[in-house]
Write a protein that binds this ligand. Structure first.
Ligand code: BES
Ligand code: MN
Ligand code: ZN
Length: 504
């Protein structure tokens, strides 16, 4: 991480009593104030005249994201009083609150404020508890402040970055009540930061062996990390990942993580696509945008981020992480269209397009995961461009063989705003991957791209409960967003951490 972690605490206390560099007070559309603002405007308050004359001016109207600052307001102890526009009261949601908090945190970070008290939880988000609002405020700040600038000789960093944020609650009792949720959110956001860090690294740094070395850093008394090199993969008949790796000078790695938290707890296998670069292979991709294929390991990065979050939050769940890490290149030894591969599961695959490589790597990884007999398998993969066409950057594609699992993941996605939307997996779709010459082929015959890819994966999970997240559209962003600057987003991490936390 290129920035120190932000400390977030829940506190309570009056807006005019905070000795901090900045106090942040919301203003709704139409210049409507909430409790803290009203308190400063109240009859007899030393700040009254300053606030009134400020409100008479039109510096801000309360539109979402607007910011105006007053310095050293009489009757207050903070250096700055920051009004932030929260927009239309009826449009308030946890999503908007998270985004607002992210904007505020970035603004504070650049302003030179080290410590700030924010009163955004006063915003009345219907249907959301105060605890949920406080958590959303914290998440927004953490996610919004992430930065990846380690390759800049002169990174544009604030000289006095924001260090502490106090999310202000209406009373002291919320401090303890919010604690468990806040710690879970903090662990998840740290997982997101790490996943982003790993994925933002260029492919000349983030190679399969480099990724394996990062995974090994997770090892602890309760977490074992095993790395299989090429020789071991050959011994284990993992012909899928080996075929994809053959066109590259970089050796592939299968990364296996075992996290034991509690014997009686369920075991979830997490499988990640770790293509550290996907050129398309012999069926090479167009040059435009090919640089983005360094992100083809975002599924793997998410798995690592999730394991780290589970460790940090001390969640009572056992994990098996399986990552297939390789490049997809077009060297002289590369696999070719028409090749037939006998995967570790014994299923023969006709390679029609070498660019549909993720599913071939995942075939072996999923097979390994299934052999461990977990209670559920969830894979994360930047699997299809067609998923980007279908859902854009607003939701990951969600498919699986168990509706209860799919529903649970979808709910966790809605709760965290790390959303996933279901696509159907009717049996008829399976026909599309029938091969004339082998058991299955690695692409369909047009249409339903994300689904035929999932159909392919479904052949390698045995009878286990399984779900698949196609994060092709969500794993990275090509424009700055409130919760993620341009680059990797960490999609899937908060969703899965929430899902795992709800298993209890
Ligand atoms: N990694 C890509 C999928 C991808 C493309 C993710 C664009 C994000 C943005 C995957 O390996 C791939 O190339 N899939 C092909 C499959 C096709 C050949 C059936 C695709 O989507 O074009
Ligand atoms: Mn590809
Ligand atoms: Zn790929």
């Amino acid at each position: 991480m290129d920035r120190e972690w932000l400390s977030v605490e829940i506190r309570s206390g009056a807006v005019d009593k905070q000795r901090v560099d900045a106090v942040v007070v919301p203003m709704l559309a139409g210049r409507v104030l909430t409790e803290s603002g009203e308190r400063l405007r109240a009859e007899g308050h030393p700040a009254r005249e300053v606030i009134r004359s400020f409100l008479r001016r039109m510096d801000i109207t309360g539109e979402f994201g607007e910011i105006a600052v007053l310095y050293q307001v009489p009757g207050t102890f903070a250096d700055r009083l920051v009004f932030v526009g929260a927009g239309d009261a009826r449009k308030l949601s946890l999503t908007r609150l998270r985004e607002l908090s992210a904007r505020v945190a970035r603004w504070l970070d650049a302003s030179g404020a080290r410590e700030a008290a924010v009163y955004l939880a006063e915003l009345d988000v219907r249907g959301a508890t105060i605890e949920a609002r406080l958590r959303a405020i914290a998440e927004g700040a953490w996610l919004g402040l992430y930065r990846f600038d380690r390759y800049k000789s002169e990174p544009k960093r604030p000289h006095r970055p924001l260090r502490s944020l106090y999310a202000m609650a209406p009373s002291r009792r919320f401090i303890r009540r919010t604690e468990p949720e806040l710690r879970l959110a903090e662990a998840a956001c740290k997982g997101v930061w790490w996943a982003r860090d790993l994925a933002n690294e260029p492919a000349n740094v983030c190679t399969p062996s480099w990724l394996a070395a990062r995974a090994e850093e997770l090892a602890s008394s309760r977490t074992q990390v095993e790395v299989w090199d090429k020789a071991r993969l050959e011994k284990e008949n993992m012909a899928g990942i080996l075929a994809v790796a053959r066109g590259s000078h970089e050796e592939p790695r299968m990364i296996i993580i075992r996290h034991q938290a509690d014997e009686r707890a369920p075991t979830v296998a997490l499988v990640g696509k770790g293509l550290t670069f996907d050129s398309g292979g012999v069926c090479v991709k167009p040059a435009k945008g090919m640089d983005e294929m360094k992100f083809d390991m975002c599924g793997a990065a998410a798995v690592l981020g999730i394991v780290r979050a589970v460790q940090e939050a001390d969640l009572p769940v056992n994990l098996i992480g399986v990552i297939g890490a390789t490049e997809n290149m077009m060297g002289g030894g590369a696999y070719k269209p028409g090749d037939i591969i006998k995967t570790a599961a014994g299923v023969s695959v006709e390679v029609v397009n070498t660019d549909a490589e993720g599913r071939i790597v995942l075939a072996d990884a999923l097979h390994y995961a299934a052999q461990q007999h977990p209670d559920a398998i969830v894979d994360l993969a930047t699997l299809t461009g067609a998923c980007v066409v279908a859902l854009g950057d607003q939701a990951s594609g969600l498919m699986g063989n168990d509706q209860a699992l799919v529903r649970a993941l979808r709910r966790a996605g809605e709760a965290t705003d790390d959303r996933a939307w279901p696509l159907p997996m009717y049996d008829e779709y399976q026909e599309k991957i029938k091969s004339d010459i082998a058991d299955i082929k690695n692409i369909g015959d047009g249409g339903a791209g994300p689904i035929t890819a999932a159909c392919f994966l479904s052949r390698f999970v045995g009878r286990h409960r399984w779900a698949h997240l196609d994060i092709a559209g969500t794993a990275w962003t090509t424009r700055d967003k409130p919760l993620a600057r341009k680059g990797a987003t960490g999609a899937g991490v908060r969703l899965i951490v929430e899902y795992l936390a709800r298993l209890r």
